[in-house]
Ligand binder design. Sequence first.
Ligand code: PYC
Length: 333
Amino acid sequence: MRARRVIQAVDSHTEGMPTRVVTGGVGVIPGATMNDRRLYAMEHLDGLRGFLMNEPRGHASMSGALLQPPVRDDADWGVVFIEASGFLPMCGHGTIGVATVLVETGMVEVTEPITEIRLDVPAGLVVARVAVEDGRAVSVTIENVPSFVDRLDARITVEGIGEITYSVAFGGNFYALVDLDEVGLPFDRARQADILAAGLSIMNAINEQAPPQHPLIAGTNHVHHVEFIAPGSDAVRSRHAMAIYPGWFDRSPCGTGTSARMAELHARGELALDTPFVNESFIGTEFTGRLIAETTVGGAPAVIPTITGRAWITGLGQYLLSDTDPFPEGFVF
Ligand code: PYC
């Protein structure tokens, strides 16, 4: 065996969604903030992302996290999130996976019943509180970055669909929130190809006609996620299909999407602070969210969400690149 590159990772899944937590072989990414590191990685390390996320080492809905030393003094670890579609400012299921891996591999000092880990992520500081029993991470509650509504009940014309009503909210990424009824499709995995096609058309329309712009986080200026809300959902319990660019569904209930949805429900006056909100994924797994405070982002109203979910370690990997491998950046099928 001869390898040009060797990357160490701990693989996990959070309520069904993978997080490949990269623990070694990448080094420190240049940048004065974690978002600068994300922007640097977008420009210079996209091949590494492809190597870890694309086939044959990953797959079309693969997701991961590059562990980094933090840049901020008040954080324990830094994280740059990667996935099949690019680099994210924040990832909720990924943070739950990272926190579980840090605890269960002893990469942080573990205290029971709660181990608190402060994570420096591109979107800001995220605090993970891990419930630990006999050394095992049984659940993780993350205190997410400030989340807010960008627009409520806007109208847009979407090619192939017509005019629809939608909202956009930020929960670590920007989300279009659309009732599934708006596109005339049932909440049924047998119709996933049609739901995905509708999601991609809606993303295109928003990004072409009215892209959002985060007032503080550079390079956070598009919608790559459409949260299709299933009929019968409300501010107590909601089901959704999360369509993600360029063509896959979140298997988890999506931590940043759940945060965006809670910001939307709060803005409508339907979800008060300190009230549990259960969000169910397309495969039937759940996160429980809760809004714990009101705040502002760039002078506009925002909320601080928490998300509780579970993750499990699924493997320990050494990912190798041989000199003769024709796919050093993987491939997309
Ligand atoms: O859990 O925040 C999340 C997430 C983003 C993309 C996939 N999952």
